[in-house]
Design a protein around this ligand. Structure first.
Ligand SMILES: [Zn+2]
Ligand SMILES: [Zn+2]
Length: 352
């Protein structure tokens, strides 16, 4: 399978995501590619399927999977469901089912050049065949998928790019601030006073200066040369994420904070350098990064969504908070019969 390894010439947030997601391999985050090619006109519900590249005993096979079966396989792979309260677990499963379905429909054909629609890794959405799930999880998820059957998040232009991440650290970011280029209004970023009420897992990463230099030199757009003198945050977005970072050495570069995260994560794994919401401290022979949150910070914050679900907020209210100006409705190409409690048609609201 051939996948891009270099940024395309046109460097917008949608195209950037494709490359960054490959590089970062972040857990629990949905990313989006170039403008999503969709087939002309929706197919009838009975034939709505996805071609998914599925890992199988160390190999990869392309499987044709019905949309709702794909959603069943994605939900527990992307959302922790081990809640003591069955009602909360059900709420989270329904929330993630809507996210998974929306994302899949918005991104059908993302891997068209590779001969399938979606891969089954964090590059698109994680998918594991439902028959591999423990029985209790499978029952919970099957019920949640049935109750939300066909339901998607819409902004008036069809299924949205339902991006999500593990933990925003207090404020989600605009897709434009993180990746550049224009972004839809529902990805402009919102305050999240809820995720920060959980025990914080702020992160720290100390890297030997020469080790960091070698990491930066693995990619042409961050290559600093034979010397690394200093790294400093030049600008931040309103959410506190580093948008421009100065990298001074033999060469002097300015890179996006998210790009720096992607390059380091590709070498050290997704848990080492968890977010672009970080500070830098120069020390004698090393550079110390410390930050909050986990993931790109755009769209829905899963930590915040979990707290909201525990507090009794509805799926609809949670989605409306993180994707303002959107609403839930059945996708026309699905046999949508969602439970009435999940379906609240609403006009777009004014973006905060
Ligand atoms: Zn993919
Ligand atoms: Zn949050």
């Amino acid at each position: 399978m051939s996948r891009p390894t270099k940024p395309p010439r046109s460097w917008s947030w949608t195209t950037t995501l494709l490359v960054l997601a490959l590089a970062a391999g972040t857990t629990r985050c949905a990313t989006t590619p170039q403008s999503s090619p969709q087939p002309p006109g929706p197919p009838p519900a009975a034939t709505l399927t996805l071609r998914v590249e599925v890992a199988d005993a160390g190999d990869y096979r392309i499987q044709t999977i019905r949309l709702e079966d794909y959603v069943r396989g994605s939900v527990p792979a992307e959302m922790p469901l081990a809640e003591g309260d069955a009602a909360v677990a059900d709420r989270l499963a329904r929330l993630q089912a809507i996210l998974a379905r929306t994302y899949a429909l918005a991104n059908r054909g993302r891997h068209a050049d590779d001969g399938f629609d979606l891969c089954s890794t964090t590059h698109c959405q994680v998918y594991r065949p439902p028959d591999q799930q423990p029985a209790a999880v499978a029952r919970l998820v099957a019920t949640a998928v049935d109750r939300t059957r066909g339901l998607i998040i819409n902004d008036g232009n069809g299924p949205i790019q339902a991006l999500f991440h593990a933990d925003c650290g207090g404020h989600t970011s605009s897709a434009t601030a993180i990746w550049g280029g224009p972004a839809p209004a529902y990805l402009a970023g919102v305050r999240d006073s809820v995720c920060v009420t959980t025990p914080r897992d702020d992160w720290r990463l100390a890297l030997n200066r020469d080790h960091l230099r070698r990491i930066l030199n693995t990619t042409s757009d961050t290559a600093v040369g034979r010397r690394l003198d200093q790294i400093a945050v030049v600008s931040r977005d309103p959410a506190g994420r580093a948008t421009r970072v100065s990298v001074a050495g033999e060469k002097h570069l300015v890179v996006r904070g998210e790009r720096l995260r992607a390059v380091i994560s590709r070498q050290l794994g997704p848990r080492a350098f968890r977010s672009a919401r970080f500070s830098v401290e120069q020390q004698a022979d090393r550079i110390l990064f410390s930050g909050q949150g986990f993931g790109h910070g755009v769209g829905l914050c899963q930590t915040g969504a979990i707290v909201r679900a525990r507090r009794g907020e509805s799926v609809d209210a949670i989605l409306t908070h993180y994707y303002p100006g959107t609403w839930l409705e059945p996708h026309p190409a699905t046999a949508a019969q969602p439970a009435a409690s999940d379906l609240r048609h609403r006009p777009p609201i004014t973006r905060r």
